[in-house]
Design a protein around this ligand. Structure first.
Ligand code: SAM
Length: 447
């Protein structure tokens, strides 16, 4: 691998005796892994169905390695269904350090494509509020799509600059994650472009941007709340130095242990932080956990505006057509032509670049309201009035994921979920023994 000369020199200085072991790792393939999504699938089911052997990783109880020679996993039906997220295991360390608790309000400030957000959602178990923000709009759309695939019910997705979002939500969150844009030195084995983009100047400019993002993030946290800072790079300027200067500027924050066992302590005396190198079983990550001193409940920031009574009723009608369980008792909001079931704690969203808040229930099509793909993705098969559960190796499931019409029981009529090996993957409309396909075009398998 053609590593930048200046990077090699810097790593030699940083690692001393361990440098040869570090360099030798670049002869090996990169680590491959997945993270179980317990919102949609149990560990036993995933282990039985995943086509490669899984071994547990030390950075999160939900993370697993699979062998480097394992093929692509993105086209697997269980991936379409959101049973797992494709994630290199050391990347899970930041959320393990964040330690979100069900019912809390969590901000993931730099969230696309959504690996860490979906891990936070899993740990929230559908309770509380996850606010996932991504400044680049096209990436925020990918984030939204990933959270929908993973069946997350309690997320707000926004595309906003941190210095606009965080003051508007000052003191609102119990925990904030800053998984900062960085020079990506821990990506070199996986992404040749990260090598091309690397320079010492880039390292320095990333550090300046990280400081600004952290200063904004601090405002969004309630006193007593937890702030986790993470990167996928090795440079001290972007890691220990960024944390040290943040703590200097913010004396109301203290450094805490991350609670992580994998990897090794931070450098330069910052033992509480965690570093993971390729020789520690990960591609490369840094995580530090800080706490805002004090003890006060999260601030009140109003409520998201509810939809009119007539629209709430329209949403309830669609819900009752699709589900055999009652609609949860949280608010219905309107966003353009869509009605959404908003999470209980959702604050006023005005001016914050919100793309979605909660689960989309239905969409206006002419004069009718039709259910949304996201509604089915957030449902369990047994909650639905009709659900066609197809075996993972069935040709019918493969045809459904290609967007084709498939057979259905003769007497089924109306909106019908489709499940892949017991995990919902989409929906269609049944009549006359056939299911008309509603799997979104952009998600379909080809060939
Ligand atoms: N947490 C994500 C995950 O686990 O999937 C990965 C986040 S990535 C390391 C950092 C993100 O920060 C990128 O998506 C990037 O677009 C975003 N970003 C870039 N500039 C930013 C800025 N000035 N403020 C906040 N985020 C920024």
């Amino acid at each position: 691998m053609n590593l930048p000369e200046a990077f090699v020199k810097r790593m030699e200085t940083l690692l001393g005796d361990e440098f040869p072991a570090f360099l030798a790792c670049y002869e090996d393939p990169c680590q491959r892994g997945i993270r179980l999504n317990p919102l949609k699938c149990g560990e036993d089911r995933l282990r039985e169905s995943f086509p490669f052997p899984l071994s547990r990783a030390p950075f999160s109880p939900l993370s697993f390695y699979f062998p480097p020679e394992g093929g692509k996993v993105g086209a697997l039906a269980l991936h379409h269904a959101g049973a797992f997220y494709s994630q290199e295991p050391s990347a899970a360390c930041a959320v393990t350090a964040l330690d979100p608790q069900p019912g809390e309000r969590i901000l993931d400030l730099c969230a696309a494509p959504g690996g860490k957000s979906s891990q936070i959602a899993a740990l929230l178990e559908g309770k509380g509020l996850l606010w996932s923000n991504e400044v680049i709009k096209s990436r925020a759309n990918v984030l939204l799509s990933n959270l929908e695939r993973m069946g997350v019910r309690n997320a707000v997705v926004s595309s906003c600059y941190p210095d606009t979002l965080c003051p508007a939500l000052a003191g609102f969150f119990d925990r904030v994650l800053v998984d900062a844009p960085c020079s990506g030195e821990g990506m070199f084995r996986r992404d040749p472009q990260a090598i091309e983009e690397w320079s010492e100047e880039h390292v320095r400019s990333c550090a300046v941007r990280q400081a600004a993002i952290l200063d904004s993030a601090a405002q969004a946290l309630r006193p007593g709340g937890v702030l986790v800072y993470s990167t996928c790079t090795f440079s001290p300027e972007e890691n220990e130095e960024t944390v040290r200067s943040f703590l200097e500027r913010h004396p109301d924050f203290t450094l805490e242990e991350t609670g992580l066992s994998g990897g090794r302590p931070g450098f330069f005396g910052m033992d509480q932080a965690r570093r993971i190198f390729p020789m520690d079983g990960g591609e490369g990550h840094f995580a530090a956990r800080m706490r805002r001193v004090g003890d006060a409940p999260a601030a009140d920031h109003g409520e998201a505006a509810p939809a009119s009574r007539a629209l709430a009723e329209a949403a309830r009608e669609v819900w009752n057509e699709v589900f055999r369980i009652p609609m949860p008792d949280s608010g219905i909001a309107q966003a353009g032509e869509m009605l959404l079931l908003t999470p209980k704690d959702t604050p006023d969203l005005k001016g914050l670049g919100v793309l979605r808040a909660g689960v989309p229930v239905c969409e206006r099509k002419g004069k009718r309201w039709e259910p949304c793909h996201g509604l089915f993705m957030a449902a369990r098969p047994e909650e639905l009035s009709l659900c066609l559960d197809l075996p993972l190796d069935s040709p019918q499931l493969a045809a459904y994921l290609r967007g084709e019409e498939i057979d259905a029981p003769q007497d089924w009529k109306g909106w019908c979920g489709v499940a892949a090996g017991g995990v919902t993957v989409g929906f269609g409309k049944c009549s006359g023994g056939r299911l008309k396909n509603r799997y979104p075009k952009g998600l379909r398998n080809h060939g």
